[in-house]
Design a protein around this ligand. Sequence first.
Ligand code: PXG
Length: 458
Amino acid sequence: MSYQNYSLKQLQQIDASHHLHPFTDHKELRQAGSRIITRANGPYIYDSEGNELLDGMAGLWCVAVGYGRDELADAAYKQMKELPYYNSFFKCSTPTPVLLAQKLVEIAPEGISQVFYGSSGSEANDTAVRLVRHYWALEGKPEKNRIISRKNAYHGSTIAGTSLGGMESMHQQLGGAVPNIVHVMMPYAYELALPGESDHDFGLRAAKAVEDAILEAGANKVAAFIGEPIMGASGVKIPPTSYWPEVERICRKYDVLLMLDEVITGYGRTGEWFAAQSFGISPDTITTAKALTSGYQPLSALLVGDRIARTLVEKGGEFHHGYTYSGHPVACAVALANVGIIEREGLVERVKSDTGPYFAHALGERIADHPLVGEVRSFGLMGAIEIVKDKGTKERFAPSGSAAVVVRDHAIANGMMMRATGDTMILSPPLIWTRDTIDMACERIVKALDLAAADLRR
Ligand code: PXG
């Protein structure tokens, strides 16, 4: 039955009665009623009231090619008619995951040669954890199984994803994490650099925390380091350029595998196909999802480097791991079409040489000076705006996280969908944004900041 037969109130009531939402205070949501998004086109989403919102978050960091792409719908339709599902267990394959694997290896950083599919970033990270630990066991070092991650990292919501991640609020509800995962400081200069410390030195110090964790455990106990190239969900935290090359050097020095989580940064967001290429590093695994299909289908791909692949293939026997939907033919058909659009429309190059630099310039020129803004930063088409009470001292409004919500609510009321995380506003627009869209977004954000400033200073 079509949802059009239901009023907004009815949908909200049914939603409140039966639907448990992710990361939601359900009592609060039930009092307020959910915002129901009913359709979308290009860079815009529309709610059930007919309000048009410019989507500054590309859905949830995923809709790279924008909404309403017939080509992706057609790819799904055609594949569903021809073969909606078959598994890739038991020596079977279907064509689209095969061709997609070839394409992903072609665009991936050098050294990546294999692809393992799942349906979500969380699943891909579970696969990655199992795979790196299995790798060391196959190499005769089963005790080399500790994984180093970062505080405030986000690596998904499964038990392994939550354990890998460094979000305290999530750990508190975990009831027992996957063992042997430790968390070190994040490369977040805005809050963690010492007075007078240069960005460069701060980056090296944050990397040194990885080395310290390796030395504390003993290199013979450490399997891998995992990190988001740019920390997304915790607030678009961009490391200094000194950080990643130094982390890579440390990992190689102690023979620790380097795992990148590019669920947010993958497929063009940073102005390269992968942020590994932006930072000039060569990871052993790359977790990807989201923009792989632009969110039109649930699909993740763990990209695996030669070193692990060789051991897995030559010495591994059967790897007892996989999902019903690993290599789902429809999701892979959509991914192939989606990567095709990104390529054909030159979106990666556009982010690198046109919209990315323009975005950085616009944030710097039009938003950084606002009295509520402590810092703006961006990389490609990912951006952050730090909300502060005092620009000079970086003092935040109390209680923590409340001010960004005020900004967000004004932004939404003014036609701009964006997210608040803690005291940071984040932006991760579709890669189809143009200079005009960026201008429009900045206008709406400034208006939201002005209105929020009036509220907050009252
Ligand atoms: N790794 C990273 C870096 C992510 O950002 C995941 C793994 C997990 O992917 P799945 O597909 O299992 O959700 C993510 C997901 C937010 C937000 O509030 C971010 C994510 C998910 C939900 C909310 O910014 N990222």
